[in-house]
Design a protein around this ligand. Structure first.
Ligand code: FAD
Length: 405
């Protein structure tokens, strides 16, 4: 929680300076900016020095998890400020590293949204405090080895109900496999989506990660988002009590409501990644000399800087407005899909330009643009690829669903 000292700390200078060209942070309160400044301080001092090494080894710096949790990132504003402040916390993390932002949104975005949208009032009362303080860590297990973009119709993991086998209303038996699940290896529970064999509808279950029949395998050899740990999960006859079924998830429509809310988080990540890459590139071209002058003095380099800034500013403007709408309770599939699609598209160009102006050093982790460049590829593809988000927007524009044409 904020103490009076931190609240009164006062923030003279802007937090985001050049990368926030149109001063979106002016929409934040002083308390919110103080929380972000504290997060920045931690990231600069404790996280940044570790990033290159952990990225290269393909490991997550677990020692950062508890200090990040101790920053009370989901408190004190919680749901009330899911809008811009929630977005800026993601932006700040992504500006430092996309895996750190993904680690945070796995809990504060995906898992929290699953509980908020899918759990009954009683279940929320029981679980939400643990979700918010990370004492109940969960992951969102939707994608399958054979079904990514077509998961709505294709979801093949099954749930079979055995009535009356336990005092709490029966048991479900889950069979199937999940792929790409971020943060699964350190989670307490996996929120698993499975199709009820009785009515063919998708339901959701909180499965203990260590339950009998659950096996996790780390996905090796990733060339993007290397720090974030993704798992391939196999479920064989996993027994889950009815009390651990999310009572408000009765079909894929309820899952779609979760995705609609979560996708905006990824758009904030895409904006943050651009800010990080742009800032690193700008610092470099001011320093590095060629032909006896700083790289930043060349016209062609300045044009690239302007494009990076244009993309970053457009992305930040887009996500800020989207979050303002969501804070008012306006959630539409096509809005978050448009933001995720467009910011990711601009991110790809921005990180490529940042890498380019740093030249040969731009492919090394030391110059701090290569990590953003590589990580952007995973962000571009997860939570709805470019094509799928474009099709969601296209459907809204024309009234025609083109997913299977
Ligand atoms: C790093 C990472 C983390 C992830 N974390 C999670 C997680 O925590 N939980 C989770 O559930 N999932 C997670 N995912 C899965 C992610 O959401 C999927 O990768 C994504 O939805 C795309 O599915 P796919 O990879 O199977 O691609 P596919 O669906 O096989 O698509 C391949 C290509 O075909 C295109 N395509 C597919 N259908 C169409 C169509 N109808 N028209 C035009 N083009 C089409 C796609 O756009 C894409 O370009 C993660 C993925 C990654 C890479």
């Amino acid at each position: 929680m904020l103490t009076s000292t931190t609240t009164e700390a006062g923030l003279g200078a802007r937090l985001y300076g050049t990368a926030d060209w149109y001063d979106a942070e002016a929409l934040l309160t002083c308390d919110e900016r103080t929380v972000l400044a504290r997060l920045r301080e931690f990231l600069d001092a404790d996280a940044k020095p570790l990033l290159a090494g952990y990225w290269e080894r393909g490991e997550f710096p677990e020692q950062l998890a508890q200090p990040l949790i101790d920053l009370d990132l989901m408190e004190p504003f919680e749901e009330a400020a899911r809008g811009i402040f929630h977005g800026f916390r993601i932006f700040e993390l992504a500006r430092t590293d996309a895996s750190l932002a993904t680690w945070y949104t796995a809990q504060a975005g995906l898992f929290r949204t699953a509980i908020r949208v899918g759990a009954s009032a009683e279940q929320q009362e029981e679980w939400m405090p643990g979700v918010v303080d990370f004492s109940l860590k969960g992951v969102f297990s939707l994608t399958e080895p054979e079904h990514g973009s077509d998961i709505a119709g294709g979801l093949a993991t099954t749930a079979r109900f055995e009535p009356g086998t336990t005092a709490d209303g029966g048991t479900w038996v889950l069979d199937g496999a999940k792929r790409w699940i971020g943060g699964a290896s350190t989670a307490d529970v996996l929120c698993v989506f499975a199709r009820d064999v009785a009515d063919g509808q998708v339901k959701a279950f909180l499965v203990d990660r260590t339950a009998s029949g659950v096996s996790l395998e780390k996905i090796h050899g990733k060339a993007s988002l290397r720090m974030m740990q993704n798992a391939h999960i196999t479920l064989s006859g996993v027994r889950v009590p009815e009390s651990m079924r999310l009572q408000e998830v009765n079909s894929f429509k309820d899952v779609a409501a979760m995705l609609r809310a979560m996708r905006s988080d990824v758009a904030w990540i895409a904006a943050g990644v651009q800010a990080g890459a742009f800032e690193a590139a700008l610092a470099y071209v001011r320093e590095r000399q060629q032909f006896g002058r700083p790289l930043g003095s060349f016209q062609l380099v300045q044009e690239k800087l302007a494009r990076m800034l244009g993309n970053t500013t457009a992305s930040l403007s887009l996500v800020t407005r989207l979050s303002e709408q969501q804070a008012k309770g306006i959630y539409r599939d096509q809005d978050s899909a448009l933001a995720k699609m467009q910011t990711s598209l601009m991110m790809r160009e921005t990180v490529a330009l940042a890498r380019e102006v740093v030249g040969g050093n731009g492919i090394t982790l030391a110059a701090d643009v290569a990590r953003f460049h590589a990580d952007a590829e995973a962000v571009y593809s997860y939570e709805g690829t470019h094509e799928i988000n474009a099709l969601i927007v296209g459907r809204a524009l024309t009234g025609e669903s083109a997913f299977t044409h």
